[in-house]
Design a protein around this ligand. Structure first.
Ligand code: AMP
Ligand code: MG
Length: 349
């Protein structure tokens, strides 16, 4: 395929994207979480080509995006049969919450990776919404990155990962939330958070009374294995820049980075505004070419929205390692830490 086209999401851009989707082609588009790589979810061949373009393992199922809850009937899913689906949709859709529900008969196997469940979401982004309405098909869309790389939060990230592999990217500017949706499995009792994301556990607990999280220390080892089988995505390498990611406490981050830089390596450092070693890091970065410093917003919604772009930017600085100061594990911080831990683990396999 020739060079990928990038278009603004004006009327002509949306029309072109919708026509491509209806013709079984792939289109990358902005959502409020990260950019998605979309295909007509009712077209198995189109959905299959997502896996080829991303080099995504075939056992990792796709999230289906719809314009509204009622659109699930096109898959033979009756929302009323899963009562929590209806109530959560009312509270959280459109938004960064993906719900795993029993699959309908019309969902292609390639989307669910052969599972008895399907993951669905209504995105909260005007471009995603316009595209869903204009194409008039449900859109299967994982993140629009090369598998294993940090998710894309800018059209440029999609282009760098997928140029020549897809015909079109709609450029809607930076993704607001910046990390992926929370994935909640409604076929478990109580519902099980398979992936932390834009909606926090506290928000879900307020709505449902009780939820459990797959990564929680309260799960017994046996339960954890059973639960992990529900979340195929967890087995795969994720969020990894090319450089090794070293996750450490906010207090230790500067010292760790400077120690490595002192040995002659070029090192990246990601710490928040107000972190204890920030002044020292700034001074070192100004006098030595060996430290690439990325100062992150202290406030966690701002941090999340810059997270993946910062990892990619530091990678572009040709550093051998990226030292990251941890954020507090509460609220959105827990979702951010999940991504940072997995970026740090990724070097190991
Ligand atoms: P991505 O779209 O790249 O954010 O990846 C989708 C995420 O949703 C992955 O972590 C998948 O494993 C998860 N997912 C999708 N469908 C299902 C399903 N039926 N059951 C459990 N997890 C799912
Ligand atoms: Mg992804």
């Amino acid at each position: 395929m020739s060079q990928t086209l990038i278009l603004p999401p004006d009327d002509a851009g949306i029309e072109r994207a919708a026509a491509l989707l209806r013709a079984g082609e792939l289109v990358a588009f902005p959502t409020e979480t990260v950019y998605g790589l979309g295909a007509d979810a009712l077209n198995a061949a189109a959905a299959r080509s997502i896996f080829a373009a991303k080099e995504r393992p075939a056992d990792n199922p796709l999230i289906v995006h719809v314009a509204e809850l009622a659109a699930l009937t096109r898959f033979g899913i009756t929302p009323a049969e899963t009562p929590t689906l209806t109530s959560l949709a009312q509270s959280f859709w459109p938004g960064a919450l993906t719900l795993v529900v029993p699959r309908g008969p019309a969902v292609p196997d390639v989307i669910t990776a052969g599972r008895a469940t399907v993951a669905v979401r209504v995105p909260d982004h005007p471009v995603a919404r316009a595209l869903l309405l204009r194409a008039d098909v449900p859109i299967a869309a994982p993140s629009a990155n090369r598998s294993g790389r940090p998710s894309p939060t800018l059209a440029e990230h999609v282009f760098l990962d997928l140029n020549g592999r897809i015909p079109l990217i709609l450029d809607g500017g930076p993704a607001r939330v910046g990390i992926e949706s929370t994935v909640l499995d409604l076929t478990a009792s109580p519902p099980l958070v398979l992936r932390r994301g834009g909606v926090t556990i506290a928000e879900l607990t307020r709505a449902l009374g009780r939820v459990r999280a797959l990564d929680s220390s309260t799960l017994e080892a046996g339960e954890r294995d059973a639960a992990a089988r529900r979340s195929p995505g967890l087995r795969h390498r994720h969020y990894a820049p090319r450089a090794a990611v070293i996750l450490t406490s906010e207090e230790d981050a500067t010292a760790r980075a400077l120690a490595r830089a002192g040995l002659g390596a070029r090192v990246g450092l990601m710490i928040r505004e107000g972190a204890p070693g920030l002044a020292r890091a700034r001074a070192y970065a100004a006098e030595s070419g060996r430290l690439a410093l990325r100062v992150m917003p202290r406030e966690l919604t701002g941090y999340a929205s810059e997270l993946f772009a910062s990892l990619r930017a530091l990678d572009g600085e040709e550093v051998t390692a990226i030292v990251v100061g941890a954020v507090p594990a509460e609220g959105l911080g827990a979702s951010i830490l999940d991504r940072l831990r997995r970026a740090a683990d990724a070097g190991a396999d």
